[in-house]
Structure formats: structure tokens, C-alpha cells
Design a binder for this molecule. Structure first.
Ligand SMILES: NC(=O)C1=CN([C@@H]2O[C@H](COP(=O)(O)OP(=O)(O)OC[C@H]3O[C@@H](n4cnc5c(N)ncnc54)[C@H](O)[C@@H]3O)[C@@H](O)[C@H]2O)C=CC1
Ligand SMILES: O=C(O)C(=O)[C@H](O)COP(=O)(O)O
Length: 379
């Protein structure tokens, strides 16, 4: 069997050992000729997959080690009988960690309490539902919006978008959908911004194009938005520098990049491939994950609860480091910026999910909130 795989799927070479001939390349360096005589493809979100790559290909199984599939022409795959797998849910915990870190950082820096603040979550799937749980645990009022889930379940907990507009925070967790009744392309538009609560905070960890960059800039300039936390960018890897300068937190599309998430994605696509070709090999995440550096955390007594929790979170994940690494892009020549952005993602340091912290000791006033920030591992 011949497999083409993205070099930056962690441990991919080891996982594929003995399964056939593996051609391992960075997604952006793959050319259509690399797809020509392969049986299986294991890719990432950085490389599109459609007719150009597949027209002359013998591939029978294609996959992406990501949740988002907006880079894949699934209709083309289906109409050509090519099996497809993605890594649904692989990084939901990682993104929830990221949103938690950004909320605590913002609250501590700007000097407000999260308790009693409202957050509207647009898209309540794997990520959105976990973000909701963390926010409730932090004492926030959570409103969920998810029309497809509302239609499928009839559950009234999924509220109309109008109810989201009045929230203090609005966090997007939808796929990028370019057309149709559930279209999310440029969901955050000038019209949307004109209806939100003045001074709201935008968090976008979904896809850059879910928010219209010009509309976000205008909303920040007018004060309609007081702050924006931006992990995903229109035009990646060529990101809009003007938005980077204005965002309170700006990171290089790494919300889902905890090592657990990346190894889980690797396991999901390799195992899906093996089952497609009826191979007995299965990989197990545990064989690849290093022992966490931080297993115990002690929460202090001095300062606001948000600042103390922010300090605790920093021991596992310092979001400010990701923010300052990305801001260095501004000192790089314009032509080299896309490469710089890609490199930050490729060489991303090992980050652990917060649930790898086994013991958190906290004074009484912080104990309940700690459970929301450092949840137990999911089984
Ligand atoms: N920044 C990052 O590193 C990451 C980004 N993502 C992005 O976040 C998205 C969500 O991830 P998951 O929660 O794992 O996916 P998911 O598929 O579990 O959940 C997405 C939810 O959005 C809902 N939805 C679809 N259209 C909607 C609309 N118009 N309005 C409101 N809700 C809508 C769906 O019904 C679904 O429940 C992914 O598609 C991906 O684009 C995902 C993981 C990591
Ligand atoms: O899973 C998704 O969707 C994401 O956005 C991932 O963070 C994408 O990661 P890469 O495939 O770009 O490594």
C-alpha cells in the first residue's frame, strides 16, 4: 500500500511503520503529482483536497487529521467513490482550554469578574458544548445557538441568534459553511455587529472567514466590540495584519493544538485507514504521549479570583506566549509572513490539556471554579 501523509501529523512516521510505502511531506509542499499513484491520503487543514489533487489519483481512502473539513471537496470524493474520514471531536477539549485561558486572561487584565457575565455560544457541538460547561462553571450565564441541533432535537435549550446578540461575549464554534440555510461565511458582518451589545467581546476559534475582517475592525474602531480574541484568520497563512494589531489576543490557529488533541487526531485517521483496508493494526494514543511536566497546582490567596486562576492556568498553558510569538510576524517582511505563520503552527511547542493536572489545591473561595478550569480527563 502507498500512503501520502502530512509530515506534521505528530508521530505519523512511527504510526505508519510496516503498513506500506509512506511518502511523508509538509501539506503545503505536496503537488498533485504526489497524489497520483497512492492508495491512502492522511492530510491536515493546510492543504486543500479536491479535483486538482484527485483527478489523476488512484486514492481509495482520504482523510484529514482535523475537525474542520472546509478544505475538502467532499462532494467530489463521494461522487468518485473515495472513502473519507476526519477527526471529529479530537481537539474539543483543547479549544475549550484555550477559550478558558483567554477569558481568564482578559478578565484579569481588564479587571472585571466573569461571574454573572453572559456568553453566547454559536455552534454547540463538540467544542461549543465543552466551552459552555467551562463557562457555567466559571459562574457565567450561557446561551447556546445551534439551529441544526435545534431542528434535529427540537430542544429549546438552543436559542435563536437574537438572544446571543445581547451577550457580553460571543464565541463562534461553527464549521465554515459557504452557502445554504446554515451559512456561516461572514456570519459576523456589519449587520450582525450593529445588533450586538455595545462593548461585547468577540472570540473566534472557528474559521477566519466566519467573521468578516472588515466588520470586526469597524466594530473594534467604533467600540461596538471592546475586544477580540482571534485564533483563526481570513486568508491564512497570509493573515490580516490590521486585525492582528487590534486584537486583544491573537494566536496562529493553535486553539486545538494541545498534544493530546493532535495525537488523538493521528490515532483517529490512522485507525480509520486501517479499518478501511481491513488491516488489523490499531494505534493507541497512550503509546505516544509524554508524561506531563505539571501535575500539581496550588492556587494562591492574593488577588481577584480571575487573576489567581489565570496564574494557575499559565503554569500549564501561557496564552500570552502564543500571542507574542504571532505578533513578531509584524517585524517580518510582508512576503515572508505566510511562511512565518505556518512555521509557528508547524513548530508549535508541546502543550498539555488542562485535565492532565492531577491535583489542584485551592482556597475555599476558588475551589468550585477550579473544577471548571481543570476538569477531570474525559473517558
Ligand atoms: N481553532 C482551532 O484550532 C479549531 C477550530 N475548529 C473549528 O471549530 C468548528 C467546530 O468544531 P466542533 O465543535 O468540533 O464541530 P462540531 O461539528 O462538533 O460542532 C459544530 C456545531 O456547529 C453547528 N452549526 C452548524 N451551522 C451552524 C450555524 N449556522 N449556526 C450555529 N450553529 C451551527 C452544528 O450543528 C454543530 O453542532 C470546526 O468545524 C472547525 O472549523 C475546530 C477545532 C480546532
Ligand atoms: O481541527 C480543526 O478543524 C482545526 O482547526 C485544527 O486545529 C487544524 O489543525 P491543522 O490540520 O491545521 O494542523
Amino acid at each position: 500500500m502507498k500512503i501520502l501523509a502530512d509530515k506534521h501529523i505528530p508521530f505519523i512516521e512511527k504510526a505508519l511503520e510496516g503498513l506500506g510505502e509512506a511518502l511523508i511531506k509538509h501539506g503545503r509542499d505536496m503537488s498533485p503529482s504526489d497524489f497520483k499513484d497512492i492508495d491512502a491520503y492522511l492530510g491536515r487543514s493546510v492543504r486543500k483536497l479536491g479535483e486538482e489533487e484527485l483527478a489523476a489519483s488512484t486514492v481509495q481512502f482520504a482523510s484529514t487529521a482535523s475537525v474542520g473539513t472546509d478544505h475538502v471537496d467532499k462532494d467530489y470524493l463521494e461522487s468518485h467513490g473515495i472513502a473519507f474520514a476526519s477527526a471529529a471531536g479530537c481537539n474539543a477539549v483543547s479549544v475549550a482550554d484555550y477559550v478558558t485561558a483567554s477569558l481568564l486572561n482578559l478578565a484579569c487584565t481588564r479587571g472585571f469578574s466573569l461571574q454573572g457575565k453572559s456568553i453566547g455560544i454559536v455552534g454547540a457541538g463538540n467544542v461549543g458544548s465543552r466551552v459552555a460547561r467551562r463557562c457555567r462553571g466559571l459562574g457565567m450565564d450561557v446561551i447556546l445557538n445551534d439551529p441544526p441541533l435545534r431542528r434535529a432535537s427540537g430542544d429549546e435549550k438552543y436559542r435563536p441568534i437574537d438572544e446571543i446578540l445581547g451577550c457580553d461575549f460571543i464565541s463562534f464554534h461553527t464549521p465554515l459553511i459557504r452557502s445554504g440555510v446554515d451559512k456561516t461565511l461572514h456570519y459576523f458582518s456589519n449587520d450582525f455587529a450593529s445588533e450586538i451589545r455595545p462593548g461585547a467581546v468577540l472570540i473566534n476559534t472557528s474559521r477566519g472567514a466566519v467573521a468578516d475582517t472588515e466588520a470586526v475592525l469597524k466594530a473594534l474602531d467604533s467600540g461596538r466590540l471592546s475586544d477580540a480574541v482571534i485564533d483563526v484568520w481570513e486568508g491564512e497563512p497570509d493573515i490580516p495584519a490590521r486585525l492582528l494589531k487590534k486584537a486583544f489576543i491573537a494566536t496562529p490557529h493553535i486553539a486545538g493544538h494541545a498534544i493530546e488533541a493532535k495525537v488523538r487526531a493521528m490515532r483517529m485517521v490512522v485507525n480509520a485507514m486501517c479499518s478501511h483496508f481491513q488491516l488489523s493494526r490499531r494505534v493507541d494514543e497512550k503509546d505516544f504521549l509524554p508524561r506531563p511536566d505539571v501535575e500539581k497546582i496550588k492556587i494562591g490567596r492574593a488577588g481577584s479570583i480571575e487573576c489567581r486562576l489565570n496564574q494557575a492556568v499559565k503554569k500549564v498553558y501561557d496564552i500570552e506566549k502564543d500571542d507574542s510569538s504571532l505578533r513578531e510576524i509584524l517585524s517580518v517582511h510582508k512576503d515572508k509572513r505566510p511562511e512565518f505563520f505556518d512555521r509557528l503552527r508547524r513548530d508549535y511547542p508541546v502543550r498539555r490539556e488542562f485535565s492532565t493536572v492531577k491535583s489542584v489545591s485551592a482556597p475555599e473561595d476558588a475551589a468550585a471554579l477550579c473544577k471548571a478550569v481543570f476538569p477531570p480527563p474525559e473517558r
